[in-house]
Design a protein around this ligand. Structure first.
Ligand code: ATP
Ligand code: MG
Length: 1064
């Protein structure tokens, strides 16, 4: 796993190298480091510095703007001047306000992360929680610079990241949802901004001691109500009118008597710009409608509120015509009818109030008719009053909804407050009027506060740290504030005086008075006071103020009217009688009886601003200075002239100068040591002593020169940015090597953990397997022991009747006998072996043995050929005849009988012919001994189916039909002589025949079988008597001797000496 984070000194670029990519070389001193280092330095050149105090040439406005430009080009819209955040409106969604971004900025040190609004938000929040001091974020900048956006982002940050209050998160929703409602009623499209706030807003968010938002409060300042009746070309009335007409349901519009088209309403078309591509009124209406429910509006209240909005539109469409006496008369009855219903007033009263003026003269009330112009003025005044008072009511209503429900509880006392100030920015138009005067005065006041607070805090810091304070030259705009607000001599005082004084006071008399009173003021100019050249640019009814932010020329027309903000008494009376609950709250009857003249608008505004300044002073301030990059609301366009102007009037250079007066950089010892401790062996990895001493050791090690830094009480102050950059660069190199070390350690740790895991697993598996094996072995042994025990027990009781103790043994003996029997079966029929059966199986064994034998016999029999069968049969007969009776029989046993010993080719054809169809079954050469002289003569003995034929060469010498063959005699010795006994009555026969065959057993067996004389073969001991011819018998004597000898004995017998055989 290769996790690589590339850190660029500016802190903006944090690239996580993909873990699957081959790790790049980051070892100290390797090329990898140099490449990373150089790219880091280049990046600094490319994206500028993230804190302007690090600008080398901090006095140069060009360098300042160049730094802004570089960062803006890279979509880095935020830059610090110390703790102040400068923001450039990107006019595009940069995707930098997501939940992940919020998380990234939570709880981290302000300077450790790239500049961001969330960093300010988090720092402020943490200060609020840890120091328990009220905080205020002041967001300033000109119209369209992004103040309202910033406020919304801050609120969103708090709503999403702060813990939820114990009693549910409704307050968070209300805080968020109050915005769209206020924007709908208080914002409008202007030439500068499509969503321009036309009122000042200061919002307090209350946090309980756990840091959860529990309530809120809004202060609003001077709504630009003139917009209700008039808009400059290209501008619109307040959003709510268009939203209602675009998004309102048919039914609602019908009830309110409205048509869907804005073109139908004169108050909406003055700027000729009812439709704006960047605004979706229909959708915005839905949002507002939903938001109203969230901030506790009942359905009735919504209806009443919309009635008022509609009534303003109807008022705008009221027309007058002059009668004969030039008195105005209402001509639009329909509108009047709607107004009567919507405002809940008497129709006749309203009609009268719109066309007459009530004057009290000498304690008497008189009605004076109005001319056309006066009537239109009265109508517009009513519309403005109705709308602006409704707006004030709305803010109060929202405040009631935001008010912490626990305001009475003890914990309430421990709440802290975070204020968000989103007030209209400095405005310069072609024609600037009373409103611009008030707005710009407000900006003067805030700028003064800003300078005062930043300078003060700077000075306080130096003092607190015990470092000599070097005075900073800066422009103090107090002089302009005084010009406007000073008692008796200030512009507001003079205006009020002019408004109040009896007699014919006009805007021009006011201007004259002004000229008289403040003519020597260096920041004031009129046509009369100006020199020749400047005069051309000033009209006679104008005065010019040299604001800190630039010159603004105001046209005095309408100043008195607007300042007086008069509503004719009878109009007020009419409205006080309204049945619309909101109206009746807005127009209080006590107002009618109050004889005191109400404060003028300018004075009211001045007072509210003084209050605001007090509120802000009581809190710890944080600043967001918004800059508008171009007038065309285009992304990516950096209009240098416009920006230079803003940098100037926001006093940013001044701010930077003050911040850099002595030292470019300062940090708490702990923070500094924490960041750079790795650069010094003594402070790395831990410094045991005081952080201040650690820093001293560290800077000595880093080789800081004495003029480069100062040690304060809690902070180190570094004079030049280059010193810090050098330290940063060293840190970068060090980080790379540390990263490598951490990586190596991590890898080692990771793999070790893995190895240990595998090892543990292996041991686990091993032990489990061993256990299994052991258990199996033990079970086997146990089983074996039990078997042996049972076996022995059974053996002991083997002779006892079958019982559980010996059953196993007996069964085993039986089984093993039967199993063994299979292997010990006799191999052939002659094998008589048979294993000894156990007593219980004796009977079965006998049966099996018999079966086995039968089976073997059957198999044997099946396997023998007919020839062999014949052979065997003949052998069996031979055995029957000769076995144990004739000495040379045993020798004949192993020799097979041959079917015939003479082939047909060896027998004379004549003989064969003489035999005719009779087949020869056996032929063998024999020796015939004459009956008389016992001369041996070679003959052939043929056996046919019916006779024994003796053949001499080609002649049949003798034929003995089997029927005539009475017997065969042979000796018991080993000789091969035999005698065929012939029927004596057969005349054809010459007597018995004495023959000798080398295969005597074979010849005799075949002959006996052929002639069916098996039982007639006589085996004689000693001698054989035979018939030698009619009436003459011969005798053959057999004696055993050493070798065969056949001779005629002296007694005329044939003497045969048969050799003794070994077997005898
Ligand atoms: N941080 C931002 N990111 C993207 N767009 C922005 C940002 N800030 C401002 N804008 C764009 O600029 C427009 C004007 O911003 P905003 O309404 O906040 O100006 P403002 O300073 O409140 O002006 P005004 O004084 O007229 O009320 C917004 O509607 C929005 O389109
Ligand atoms: Mg705004």
């Amino acid at each position: 796993m290769a996790l690589q984070v590339e850190l660029i000194p500016t802190g903006e670029i944090i690239r996580v190298v993909h873990p699957h990519r081959p790790p790049c070389k980051l070892a100290l001193g390797s090329d990898g480091v140099r490449v990373t280092m150089e790219s880091a330095l280049t990046a600094r050149d490319r994206v500028g510095v993230q804190d302007f105090v690090l600008l080398e040439n901090f006095t140069s406005e060009a360098a300042f703007i160049e730094n802004l430009r570089r960062r803006f080009r890279e979509n880095l819209i935020y830059t610090y001047i110390g703790p102040v955040l400068v923001s450039v409106n990107p006019y595009r969604d940069l995707q930098i306000y997501s939940r992940q971004h919020m998380e990234r900025y939570r709880g981290v040190s302000f300077y450790e992360v790239p500049p961001h609004l969330f960093a300010v938000a988090d720092t402020v929040y943490r200060a609020l929680r840890t120091e328990r001091r009220d905080q205020a974020v002041m967001i300033s900048g000109e119209s369209g610079a992004g103040k309202t956006e910033a406020t919304k982002r801050l609120l969103q940050f708090y709503a999403e990241t702060c813990p939820a209050p114990e009693r549910g998160g409704a307050v968070r929703d209300r805080l968020l949802q109050s915005n769209p409602v206020l924007e709908a009623f208080g914002n409008a499209k202007t030439l500068r901004n499509d969503n321009s706030s036309r009122f000042g807003k200061y919002m307090d968010v209350q946090f309980d001691f756990k840091g959860a938002p529990v309530g809120g409060h809004i202060l609003s300042y001077l709504l630009e109500k003139s917009r209700v009746v008039h808009q400059n070309h290209g501008e619109r009335n307040f959003h709510i009118f268009y939203q209602l007409l675009e998004g309102g349901e048919e039914e609602t519009l019908r009830r309110l008597g409205l048509e869907r088209s804005p073109q139908s309403y004169l108050y909406l078309v003055k700027g000729q710009c009812a439709k704006v591509s960047s605004i979706n009124d229909k959708n915005d209406w839905k949002v507002v409608r939903k938001a109203l429910t969230v901030i506790d509006f009942t359905e009735d209240e919504v209806e009443e509120l919309l009635s008022i909005v509609a009534s303003v539109l109807h008022l705008g469409n009221i027309h007058f015509a002059a009668d004969e006496e030039s008195n105005a008369q209402v001509t639009t009855e329909n509108q009047l009818k709607y107004l009567t219903r919507l405002l809940g007033v008497e129709g006749s009263t309203l009609r009268e109030a719109l066309t007459h003026r009530k004057i009290i003269a000498n304690g008497e009330e008189l009605l004076s008719p109005l001319n056309l112009e006066q009537a239109a003025y009265a109508r517009d005044a009513l519309a403005k009053a109705v709308y602006s008072r409704t707006f004030t009511w709305l803010v109060e209503k929202i405040n009631r909804s935001l008010a912490s429900k626990d305001a009475e509880s003890p914990s309430w006392r421990s709440t802290t407050v975070l204020g968000l100030l989103d007030i209209y920015g400095f405005e310069v138009f072609q024609h600037n009027s009373f409103e611009q005067f008030c707005i710009n005065y407000c900006n003067e006041k805030l700028q003064q506060l800003f300078i005062e607070l930043t300078l003060k805090s700077e000075q306080e810091e130096y003092e607190a740290e015990g470092i000599a304070w070097e005075p900073v030259q800066y422009f103090n705009n107090k002089i302009i504030c005084d010009l406007v607000e000073e008692k008796f001599k200030g512009i507001i005082s003079i205006l009020d005086e002019e408004c109040l004084r009896p007699g014919e006071a006009t805007d021009l008399t006011f201007l004259e008075k002004l000229e008289d009173t403040v003519k020597h003021h260096p920041h004031f100019l009129t046509h009369k006071l100006a020199d020749q050249r400047t005069r051309k640019s000033l009209g006679r009814g104008e005065f010019r103020l040299l604001h800190y932010a630039g010159e603004v020329t105001y046209n005095v027309t309408g100043f008195l009217d607007k300042n007086n903000d008069l509503l004719f008494r009878n109009l007020k009376e009419t409205m006080c009688s309204s049945k619309n609950p909101i109206m009746s709250q807005c127009f209080d009857r006590s107002e009618l009886s109050d004889k005191k003249r109400p404060e003028t608008v300018a004075t009211q505004f001045k007072m509210s601003l003084l209050q605001l300044v007090e509120i802000l002073k009581s809190k710890e301030p944080a600043y967001v200075r918004c800059i508008k990059p171009n007038d065309a609301k285009q992304p990516g366009r950096f209009d240098e002239v416009l920006i230079r102007h803003q940098v100037k009037y926001l006093g940013l250079m001044e701010n930077l100068r003050v911040r850099r007066a002595g030292f470019a950089y300062r940090r708490k010892y702990e923070t500094f040591l924490q960041r750079y401790k790795s650069l010094c062996p003594e402070t790395w990895p831990m410094w045991a002593g005081r952080p201040q001493d650690g820093v001293a050791v560290l800077v000595r090690h880093l080789g800081y020169k004495p003029e480069e830094y100062k040690m304060g009480r809690t902070k180190i102050f570094i004079r030049f940015p280059k010193t810090l950059f050098a330290t940063e660069d060293a840190l970068e190199v060090r980080r790379q090597s540390l990263a490598t070390k951490i990586q190596a350690a991590w890898r080692g740790f990771h793999w070790r953990q893995k190895f240990l895991r595998v090892k543990r697993s292996a041991i686990c598996i091993q032990s489990w397997w061993r256990g299994t094996l052991g258990r199996r072995k033990a079970a086997k042994r146990k089983w074996a022991a039990q078997t042996i025990r049972r076996f022995i027990h059974g053996f002991i009781l083997r002779h006892a009747p079958r019982c559980p103790e010996n059953a196993f043994f007996l069964d085993h003996v039986r089984t093993s006998f039967l199993l063994n029997l299979r292997r010990q079966l006799p191999r052939n029929i002659l094998d008589t072996s048979w294993p000894t059966p156990p007593p219980a199986l004796r009977e079965a064994s006998d049966l099996l043995r018999e079966l086995c034998m039968k089976n073997m016999v059957w198999k044997y029999c099946r396997s023998i050929s007919p020839e062999w069968k014949q052979q065997l049969q003949q052998k069996a007969v031979a055995s029957e005849i000769f076995k144990g009776k004739k000495d040379n029989y045993p020798q004949s046993v192993p020799r097979l009988f041959i079917s015939t010993r003479l082939g047909t080719d060896e027998i004379s054809p004549k003989v064969l012919q003489a035999l005719g169809s009779e087949p020869i079954q056996y032929a063998v050469p024999v020796v015939k001994y004459d009956r008389k002289g016992y001369k041996p003569r070679s003959r052939q003995l043929l056996l046919t189916s019916s006779a024994v034929v003796i053949v001499e060469d080609a002649k049949v010498k003798q034929r003995i039909d089997y029927t005539n063959l009475t017997g065969i005699s042979v000796s018991s010795l080993s000789d091969s002589l035999f005698v065929l006994h012939v029927q004596r009555e057969d005349n054809k026969q010459k007597g018995d025949v004495v023959l000798q065959s080398d295969h005597v057993i074979e010849t005799l067996t075949k002959t006996a079988l052929s002639a069916d004389r098996v039982n007639n073969v006589n085996i004689n001991q000693g001698s054989i008597t035979f018939a030698g011819g009619p009436g003459r018998d011969g005798v053959i004597d057999f004696t055993p001797g050493s070798e065969l000898l056949i001779t005629k004995a002296k007694n005329g017998h044939l003497a045969v000496v048969a050799p003794r055989l070994n077997s005898r």
